[in-house]
Design a protein around this ligand. Structure first.
Ligand code: FAD
Length: 488
């Protein structure tokens, strides 16, 4: 049978492996780490379990689709539930707000807590849905780099509705026009961070993102986020996919306009031959490290990267009933915070704190009476900052902010700790500059400046993952695997 090599067992690499196995390929996945999932992995520390990277699960149908494609029952592998509340929001002035998944409940909450007319919120969510429907057909399910994408009925529909996407306005401006209360502007500006962008630069088109959370829903996998990786690896193995862990690919071997094989760093340096290769390695690293003598698509490779993150994993010796699965403690000056991240490339002293606690839904993730805190601070991507100093400063600021908001000194409650910074993210996943989502979307042409899911130089080379079309985040990574394998 035909053979395929996949470089990297990130979520897009695993999804591509499943899709090719279903097509009848013998698939070998080479993964540098000892474990699958890349950013979507997990670990335990002194009796606390943590998801290492993603914590918000949207569009579960894209995961289920893979089981259905393989003729399996998704329930045999993977279970999840829909959340009633998507996030609890806290401001330093004592304001609290619960974002309910149910639109009408959320609109009522916004009216009573923030004095914002419910109709404003409902109009915003409707607008988000309308934007999503336009972009879905144009950008999300197809290659942008094939003529057929631009000459069909869906595309025509898209062109006619282009003004609705508001590409010439920033997200912040659109949200300021929509809402009276600055807190609600801040709340909806936050969705820019879902793809590592700056709400004061990214186009209002990105207001499609809340549609996923409110109109479609936010979900929790029964086994935690790692359950997505583990169940898909199990499906891939059931389909005959072979995973090779601790196996870093160091070269893609080419002959003319074809890739003929992959060479890994094992001592014998043997080249294995394959009919086609899919790289799930960051596209910048793929070209720079695996194809250094090939023509480099510089314009695309040099695009500014998305933000990164600074993550504290804390085992906490207490329970906090006022907290939920997803919690946000907002900064007092959001614009200054993003200026720090994207312009000054540093961290402000009052960062917005995202706190995720899976033990709220999965009690065995923490010992009795304890909670597993995952704290994510949006951070600049790595450009050689003094991370040791930034981490120490930010750890102090996070503890101060949480202690003030929760009315208890958090520091002595930290029983154990692990930290992830942009340098470690790059080292563990090859993600250029430790960016969480590949290129930033701070530019209205960003969608066109991501690399295609196929190579223009090598006929049998394809790309999947957060650094290529259609972008970062689990749902888009899964779609990249769909687009790439449908081109094969
Ligand atoms: P990656 O996860 O980047 O993995 C690439 C894999 O390839 C790695 O395992 C790496 O070891 C391997 N590899 C690279 N080079 C080689 C080589 N030469 N040889 C062999 N193997 C190689 N997304 C969401 O949807 N929701 C969230 O809430 C969310 N939060 C996030 C929070 C954090 C802290 C982080 C880090 C990310 C978050 N994301 C979130 C983004 C999401 O995790 C990523 O977009 C997605 O997981 C990227 O998947 P990928 O397929 O591109 O591969």
């Amino acid at each position: 049978s035909r053979t395929a090599a996949i470089v990297g067992a990130g979520i897009a690499g695993i999804a591509a492996a499943i899709r090719l196995a279903v097509k009848g390929y013998q698939v070998d996945v080479f993964e540098a780490n000892a474990y699958p999932g890349g950013k979507l992995s997990g670990f335990t520390l002194n009796g606390f379990r943590f998801d290492a990277g993603p914590s918000l699960f949207t569009m579960p149908q894209l995961v289920e689709e893979l089981f259905q494609l393989a003729g399996r029952n998704p329930n045999d592998y993977f279970r999840y539930s829909r959340l009633d509340e998507t996030c609890r929001y806290f401001w330093d002035d004592g304001t609290h707000l619960t974002a309910w998944a149910d639109r009408d409940s959320f609109a009522r909450e916004v009216e009573t807590q923030l004095g914002e007319p419910a109709s404003h919120l409902l109009a915003h969510l409707d607008d988000s849905a309308a934007k999503y429907r336009i972009t879905e057909k144009l950008f999300l399910h197809r290659s942008l780099h094939k003529l057929s994408t631009w000459f069909n009925r869906d595309a025509l529909h898209g062109y006619l509705n282009l003004p609705k996407l508001e590409i010439f306005k920033t997200m912040n401006r659109a949200n300021e026009e929509r809402f009276q209360n600055p807190k609600l502007v801040q709340l909806f500006n936050r969705y820019a961070t879902y793809n590592g962008s700056d709400p004061y630069q990214t186009p209002a088109t990105m207001n499609i993102i809340p549609h996923l959370e409110y109109n479609i829903g936010a979900f929790f996998p029964k086994d935690g986020m790692i359950g997505i990786t583990n169940s898909l690896v199990r499906l891939a193995e059931d389909l005959g996919v072979r995973f090779h862990f601790n196996t870093r690919v160091v070269e893609l071997v080419t002959e003319g306009a074809r890739v003929t094989g992959v060479r890994n760093e094992n001592p014998n340096g043997k080249t294995e031959r394959f009919d086609l290769v899919i790289s799930n390695m960051d596209v910048v690293s793929t070209f720079r490290r695996l194809l250094p003598t090939a023509r480099q698509p510089e314009r695309i490779l040099r695009q500014p990267k998305s933000s990164s993150g600074l993550i504290f994993y804390w085992g906490i010796q207490r329970e906090f009933p006022e907290l939920g699965l997803h919690n946000i403690f907002f900064s007092s000056d959001y614009r200054a915070e993003f200026d720090h991240i994207f312009k000054q490339k540093t961290l402000s002293d009052d960062p917005t704190v995202y706190l995720n606690i899976t033990s709220k839904h999965k009690p065995d993730d923490a010992p009795p009476g304890c909670e597993n805190w995952f704290i994510l601070i949006n951070a600049p991507n790595n450009s050689g900052q003094d991370w040791e100093e930034l981490i120490a400063k930010t750890r102090h600021n996070v503890i101060r902010k949480l202690s003030r908001n929760l009315g208890v000194d958090v520091a002595p409650l930290i029983a154990c700790e692990a930290i992830l910074d942009p340098i470690a993210i790059e080292a563990r996943t090859s993600s250029s500059q430790g960016a969480l989502y590949g290129n930033s979307s701070n530019n209205r042409f960003a969608a066109f400046l991501r690399h295609a899911n196929f190579s223009h130089q090598f006929q049998n080379l394809y790309f999947v993952g957060g650094s290529v079309h259609p972008g970062g985040g689990i749902p888009l990574c899964l779609l990249s695997a769909k687009i790439a394998t449908e081109l094969i």
